[in-house]
Write a protein that binds this ligand. Sequence first.
Ligand code: GLC
Length: 563
Amino acid sequence: MSMHVVRLLQGRNQSGTNDILSALACCPMSEHPWWQTTVIYQIYPRSFQDTTGNGIGDLPGITSRLDYLADTLGVGAIWISPFYPSPMADFGYDVSDYTDVHPMFGTLSDFDDLLVAAHRRGLEVIVDWVPNHSSDEHPWFVESRSSRDNPKRDWYVWRDPKPDGSLPNNWLSSFGGPAWEYDDTTGQYYLHSFLAKQPDLNWRNPEVQGAMFDGIRFWLDRGVDGFRIDVAHLIMKDPELRDNPPAPEGWQNRFKSHGEYDSWLHVHDKGHPDIHQVFRDFRALLDSYQPERYSVGEIHIAEWDAWATYYGEDLDELHMPYNFSLVHTPWKADEVAARVDELEAALPAGAWPNYVLGNHDETRLATRFGEQQARVAAMLLLTLRGTPTVYYGDEIGIPQTDIPPEQQQDPWGRNLPGAGRDGCRTPMQWDRSPLAGFSPAGTTATWLPLTADSQDRNVAVQLDDPASLLSLYRALLGYRKSSRALEVGDYRRLETPDGVYAYERNHNGSRVVVALSFTETPSRCDLGRAGKVTLSTIPGRTGEEVAGTVELRPSEGVIIELD
Ligand code: GLC
């Protein structure tokens, strides 16, 4: 049953019986749950909409933009990066209270308002859950570090120095330096996979699992629709804390470069097999709620087989592990096509795929791909088989922004020059007002600068331009919603000339072909059947009849409905 109908029946919405009947009439029963047919939009809350004038976004700001998300843009769900109390050492990924809202972002009641307002518009709300580590200012850690016999000592990972006084093992922090911090008070080291201000929780202690799951229940009971799980594959490490082996000569991290961290194979500091029981328990907790709740894990694993295990042997773990393969693939037709084929081959039976091209940790796609290819990328993301996640601002092509050293905020960038992520976290640009509508009039500065072209690159300007990137996103999202072939149809790759990637999506005989040119030369693609162009990344072709082949202009993507 559609989520909209379930909500009406559950009375989350104040509507009367007529609304319920009309919803039942308009929404056919679907064998696909909402999280398979939706499009997720990621919001970095510091950077979406500021309502207080402190230059930092907040929850009421998100609420004020829901009409844009639901109606103007047309996405189906939002994932909000952390908004919990936090000292902000890693901008909220260092949580000091899992069941509250940081005053900078608003209050719990603001969150409840956001949830009601989102649900009223048919938007699902996914929140971030950060289970691997808390902040060192979380009361649990404050207790844990206070003495060796504190009842919460074992809630974190404490170890003696080696007999020669050195570190317990060779593990490194992803953000630079050793993963161990010495604590003078009790003469032991604690583990931190990220900053020293982000101590790792000990998930082998059942009390930790109990307390963390209570935090999950807190948000489920409030009505959230799902969770994005931060570094989900990290929570279980080798119980013996063995050293990681050195990476062989020439070994390359397929994901983002981490400097010295990449000199080691990270076989012992993440993904120990007992991690799967935690996610089975987690899934059972989610499944005890109605309507259906959802989970997507941040899983950075390059080997497809290992990645796919996070769905669970009986599809009883995460609904999806995030698929980052396209973020790190050279932007070439054959490479992109190969990643999609690999994913399709790796999926366990019945598992649902997903795609993402950017997020708050990665270089903006407009900069990675360039203006024309960013349009092709949008068409790819919104037409592949699987749930897409769109990162805020990508729909208007916000580029990676150079942040001068004195304005840099990201601790990773300060530890490792070049690794900073501020450039993809700049404020959303809404209109031509002095701070592009991100902060109210009179605000002196935003927490990160706007892009240099913010007066021309913003939602208002692009809404008025049928050829803009935003207009393309709107058209793609609208078309996807109207096409069962795109939403849930099968995927089949087509034979293409070099530089072109094309695939057919088919649902009950309704066939759509997507042909994408990654080259600067014109090309021709065989379709095998006649059809009609429904959308092109270069405006002006809608309705064009094609007879068995389609001509693609340089860097053009087209969608064709076959006869
Ligand atoms: C994840 C988040 C990233 C954060 C890190 C530590 O990778 O996406 O932003 O810094 O975890 O929590």
